[in-house]
Design a protein. Structure first.
Length: 309
């Protein structure tokens, strides 16, 4: 009885921790200038022989420190940080919150399976713990991967209109940094993801980073090939002195064509995707509606024939 009470108390505490860290993680706050200054600070620490693995402070920072001390934990932390950046979560606390969330979910899955399998023998318990551990370890990464994929899709959908507006603003005589800032301000409520990426680039340039490195950092953050091509075009145009507004106009037309092709591809796949819900959910209901009355009627007729005899 005491063990069950302790288990439920620990489960409740774990769920509360999951909810809290999930709420913190879903509130990204971009601070491009602070991020750039933090990069410079941590690179300086690393050059002096220190460690640059930890970006968070307080409890979450110590928690990530503890994971880094585990063999193989540093690679998992770096991979998680990379996927978080690709999903748009780049605040200092995002990595720590995600690590706490993933570890608590893993512990909840393993603890729940241990409680369920408490009366079974060692073989069944071991198999259940392995399955629960794999599920608890993989699910947060799968969810984070889906979030990164959705973030990249939003960036791709926003590129044509944003590039068009950037070309128009550059045609008025503004410099590239001023044009990107103006575009970010105008599109903040329509395409906030790409507006924040542009604003991050301009703030990093203001903080002292070279424009080419700032664009390459945006490419690494997002992982979108169209943004890679856009960055290369802007860097080459600036290097060779060609007209950037004309190049952006042509590139925007290509982006709109790609967006149209993606929409047509999604429409073409819709029929195949609808096949499985129809077979699993709609056809059984139709069979029940059409066959069950006939079966009931047949059974009633058979009972009448049997009673008539």
């Amino acid at each position: 009885m005491l063990g069950a009470v302790l288990f439920f108390i620990l489960a409740f505490a774990t769920i509360v921790t999951l909810v809290w860290t999930g709420a913190q993680l879903l509130q990204p706050s971009d601070d491009p200038l602070g991020e750039r200054l933090g990069d410079l600070r941590h690179s300086g620490i690393a050059g002096a022989g220190g460690s640059e693995a930890i970006r968070g402070r307080g409890f979450t920072g110590r928690f990530v420190n503890a994971i880094n001390a585990i063999p193989g934990g540093g690679d998992w932390v770096k991979g998680s940080q990379k996927r978080l950046k690709q999903a748009g979560y780049r605040s200092e606390a995002a990595l720590g919150n995600y690590c706490v969330l993933a570890v608590c979910f893993f512990a909840l899955c393993v603890g729940g399976m241990l409680y369920v399998q408490r009366h079974n023998d060692g073989t069944n318990m071991f198999g259940g713990l392995i399955g629960a551990g794999i599920f608890g370890f993989m699910l947060p990464q799968i969810v984070l991967g889906r979030m990164a994929k959705r973030y990249r899709k939003r960036l791709q959908d926003a590129l044509p209109d944003t590039i068009d507006l950037l070309g128009i603003v550059l045609g008025t005589g503004l410099a590239l940094d001023q044009a990107m800032t103006r575009v970010s301000d105008e599109l903040q409520h329509i395409y906030p993801e790409l507006a924040n990426e542009f604003y991050t680039v301009t703030m990093q340039v203001r903080a002292g980073q070279e424009r080419g490195k700032a664009f390459n950092a945006m490419v690494r953050r997002t992982g979108v090939e169209d943004i890679r091509a856009l960055s290369a075009m802007i860097i080459q145009s600036e290097r060779f002195g060609t007209s950037l507004s004309q190049a952006l106009s042509v590139y925007a037309k290509e982006m709109r064509k790609k967006r149209q092709l993606r929409a047509e591809e999604a429409v073409a796949k819709a029929g195949t995707k609808m096949l499985f819900p129809i077979v699993l959910f709609i056809l059984p209901v139709l069979f029940v509606i059409t066959l069950v009355p006939a079966v009931i009627k047949t059974m009633q007729d058979m009972q009448l024939l049997g009673s008539g005899r």
